[in-house]
Design a protein around this ligand. Structure first.
Ligand code: DGY
Length: 425
């Protein structure tokens, strides 16, 4: 890539980050998502570090200032009132000093903090900030395995599709159909005021999202009870891979910071997770699959969740097999990586997580494939990500066939990923 091109990408990405920066946290995009989201913020910090390291640390600290006493880190922090989003704090009713949601999101923080630390120019600042964050992230990891893996299988379940970040993935369809809709009542969705409704989840899915929120609220947000009480318990390989990677990164960081107990515990969690992940491998499909814990079987759905496992230190042979799957998806699309296999009749190239390509997923998969020595596929994923930005701007997600920008525009984590990709092109 020409130097000129690189500096234009850098400037534009930095501008998007600035626009969405509210001082101590960054909103994913104005309008559609007016608060702080958990995994958005952690990935955003990676981009911010290219501009201002202090600001990057602050992004993650603000999130962890809102960690619950039990160790959970909520998926949304509602720092300020904004009626442009539904469901807001009144629906969640979690009774927090700063209102938050009551569910969590992919555990990217451990990875992000380790990466900020390793890249830091200001080493003293990094040591101070990482040392303070590390025990908090460790508590979150322990919370996950204690509360979302009560049978000690080595794998955690999500209890609400929003926890995966892949809200309306085809992966959840069957398990989600068991969630009732009765008693949800009337409500006014706001997302469809800001984004094209054909890019967003359906009304029926929203009814079920809200039913679960109300159900958990009726249990007073006691997170030790919610897993068993949820009609929706799904083990997502991608979600687990992120947690496993975060545990092993945190272990490495803890060793450097002379915290051997935290290091050993995170190593153990990562190792258990990695070996348990193998139970989700499908020889028939050549990738990892989701597992419906309530129904007791793997879910027949070829989604990006199974490919995201490349982010963890899975066996090299598995990483190679995943490149074959990605190449197959590549042969059916023009831009990498579709979040669902286009040959599935349920695929929808513009509807959120039922087909569109996302730069954050491209980033995590490319990172993992590079670590596994699959450099050629990683390069194709990164090049394709730049094609999308060049042709369709800093969008939330993109149609992998025609490249159309979808969802929210001027999207923070998309810009952050561009800043990260610029390091390796
Ligand atoms: C939404 O509101 O679309 C979010 O994904 C929930 O976190």
């Amino acid at each position: 890539m020409a130097t000129m091109d690189k500096s234009a990408f850098f400037e534009h990405a930095a501008e998007v980050l600035r626009e969405n920066d509210l001082g101590t946290y960054t909103v994913p995009t104005k309008g559609l998502y007016p608060f702080q989201w958990n995994w958005d913020s952690c990935l955003t910090a990676l981009g911010q570090a290219h501009i201002d390291e202090r600001r990057a640390w602050l992004e993650i600290e603000t999130l962890f200032d809102n960690q619950w006493e039990d160790g959970m880190v909520p998926h949304i922090v509602f720092h300020k009132r904004d009626d442009g989003y539904f469901p807001g704090p009144d629906v969640w009713g979690t009774n927090r000093p700063v209102p938050t949601s009551g569910i969590t999101q992919p555990a990217v923080a451990g990875f992000a903090v380790a990466r900020l630390f390793e890249r830091a120019k200001d080493k003293e600042l990094a040591r101070e900030r990482a040392s303070a964050l590390l025990p908090k992230i460790h508590r979150w990891h322990e919370w996950f395995y204690a509360n979302r893996d009560p049978q000690k299988t080595g794998l955690v379940a999500i209890i609400h599709p929003w926890e995966s970040g892949r809200d309306n993935s085809i992966d959840w369809d069957d398990a989600f159909s068991r969630v009732p809709t009765e008693g949800v009542g009337e409500y006014h969705r706001r997302d469809t005021d800001h984004a094209d409704p054909t890019h967003r989840p359906t009304k029926e899915q929203y009814d079920r999202y809200i039913w679960l929120v109300k159900h958990f609220r009726s249990l007073k947000w006691d997170t030790s009870k919610l897993h068993d009480a949820s009609p929706f318990q799904v083990v997502d390989p991608g979600f687990n891979a992120i947690l496993i990677r975060a545990c092993s990164e945190l272990a490495g960081l803890a060793n450097e910071l002379n915290l051997p107990d935290i290091a050993a515990k995170n190593d153990a969690m990562a190792n258990q997770g990695l070996s348990a992940l193998e139970e989700l491998w499908s020889d028939v499909h050549g990738q990892y699959m989701c597992y419906d814990r309530k129904a007791g079987h793997l879910i027949d759905s070829l989604s990006i969740g199974g490919l995201l496992t490349a982010f963890a230190a899975i066996p090299k042979s598995r990483a190679k097999a995943l490149t074959v799957r990605i190449a197959d998806i590549e042969s059916k699309t023009n831009y990498l990586i579709a979040s669902h296999d286009p040959s599935d009749v349920r695929y929808d190239g513009k509807r959120y997580w039922r087909g569109p390509a996302w730069l954050i997923v491209n980033y995590m998969i490319a990172d993992g494939l590079t670590a596994a020595g699959e450099n050629e596929m990683a390069r194709r994923i990164i090049n394709s990500s730049f094609d999308l930005i060049r042709e369709s701007g800093f969008s939330e997600y993109y149609d992998p066939i025609d490249g159309d920008p979808c969802g929210g525009s001027r999207f923070t984590w998309t810009a952050a990923m561009v800043l990260e990709f610029l390091l390796v092109v």
